[in-house]
Design a protein around this ligand. Structure first.
Ligand code: COI
Length: 395
């Protein structure tokens, strides 16, 4: 463990140099549980000030999109084997992980992921949003996919370490965020159908801006999908499994070709109720009532979804997690979507069976969407008091 702490301190001393790492560096993090406080304390002392950070990363903060153009230099990797369990994890330069063609994840899809964001806050520090929620969902996802769970404390420490090692890539406040992508993969080889004999937990990161083309506050246009379903009762729609995200491409790509931003899925049993959009959850507004489909195993339990439910209630809205018919959505005053990547995105229009419902003036975000977006991002960037205790500082 002592070696781990020494190596961590040596990582911190490299953070004040012009380049965070040489390509060859690979640093053990030590025991996640016992060094965490000490580690974070030391990060605070060593963290470069905002101006220095921005100069070093050489990122054009004004043209950030949602992609890998500005991928962060350092990633986290931990391995699981049956005899040793999860190792201590280490920070290494962002780059390929080597696996055999027989890796379980490549053959049978044993893989889950998370999406999280670190942001510069109005208090001049870097914060992450509700990492405990992602840790819990990652654990539940591992159970659903018969993979060894990453202990929640290790998950949160790994996230903090990855952010601390990549502070140069955290955009200035209001310009974007450092998007974190934790992955849990069955990387061990197998031929017959069964769980992998070994696993990899890794986190990479990239500086990102708005998810949808057109920018954060430009309303998106959706079409209700009538042929395909995203998930079925008893399936794994509620798991953030890699396998849930490629089957949607066939509909999403066609929708994009026809000028839509994304598609809305209906329930597989009755084709009556909204489920979610390919990349985010959905909310409908009528007067002071806000509804979102309930979590019944087919819908992703979004951290932003949960946060908006709690935030809207605290602001006096009557928030209901109950089935929403597509007809109700077409009659709603407003519709918006939520997700880590999309944050809160106003829906400008929705098409169902050839009928278009226009919710907002062209180019104008809906009132409630805007209110939720501002309230949430004010908390996430500490412009407003975090009365919920959602924000976790890194430095
Ligand atoms: C996120 O919102 O972070 C996600 O993981 C969704 C993904 C399709 C971008």
């Amino acid at each position: 463990m002592r070696r781990g702490i020494l190596l961590w301190n040596s990582l911190l001393s490299t953070m004040s140099r012009p380049l965070l790492h040489s390509r060859a560096q690979s640093l053990s993090l030590g025991c996640p549980s016992s060094v965490s406080r000490k580690r974070l304390h030391t990060v605070a002392a060593a963290a470069p000030v905002a101006g220095e950070r921005r100069a070093k990363a050489n990122v054009d903060w004004d043209s950030l999109g949602f992609g890998l153009k500005d991928v962060a230099e350092t990633m986290y990797v931990s391995e699981w084997t049956p005899d040793k369990g999860w190792d201590q994890g280490k920070l290494v330069p962002y780059g390929p992980i080597t696996i055999m063609p027989s890796a379980q994840v490549l053959n049978y899809g044993q893989g889950i992921f998370e999406g999280m964001k670190a942001q510069e806050s109005a208090k001049g520090r870097v914060v992450v949003f509700r990492p405990d929620q992602n840790a819990a969902r990652f654990k539940a996802g591992a159970a659903r996919m018969s993979m060894p769970a990453v202990p929640e404390e290790q998950f949160v420490e790994a996230v903090k370490s990855t952010v601390a090692a990549n502070l140069d890539y955290v955009p200035p406040i209001g310009k974007g965020s450092l998007y974190l992508r934790p992955l849990l993969l069955g990387t061990g080889p197998i031929l017959g159908l069964g769980p992998a004999p070994s696993y990899t937990f890794t986190i990479f990161a990239a500086a990102v801006g708005a998810y949808f083309k057109g920018g954060q506050l430009t309303p998106i246009d959706l079409i209700v999908e009538e042929r395909f379903h995203r998930a079925a009762p008893g399936g794994m729609g509620g798991t953030k499994a890699a396998g849930n995200y490629s089957p949607v491409l066939v509909t999403q790509l066609e929708a994009k070709k026809n000028g839509f931003s994304d598609v809305v899925y209906l329930d597989a049993k009755t084709d009556t109720y909204l489920e979610e959009v390919s990349s985010c959850n959905i909310f409908v507004v009528k007067g002071r009532t806000i509804k979102t489909p309930p979590l019944q195993g087919t819908i992703l339990p979004g951290v932003t979804r949960r946060s908006i439910v709690e935030l809207a209630r605290s602001r006096g809205y009557d928030v209901r997690e109950e089935p929403v018919t597509v007809h109700e959505a077409m009659e709603a005053d407003e519709v918006f979507t939520t997700g880590t990547a999309v944050v809160v995105s106003s829906v400008g229009s929705m098409v169902y069976r050839g009928q278009r419902r226009q919710y907002t003036e062209p180019g104008q975000a809906g009132k409630v969407a805007l209110e939720m977006y501002s309230n949430l991002t004010d908390i996430q960037t500490e412009r407003a008091d975090d009365n919920f205790g959602w924000v976790v500082p890194i430095n």
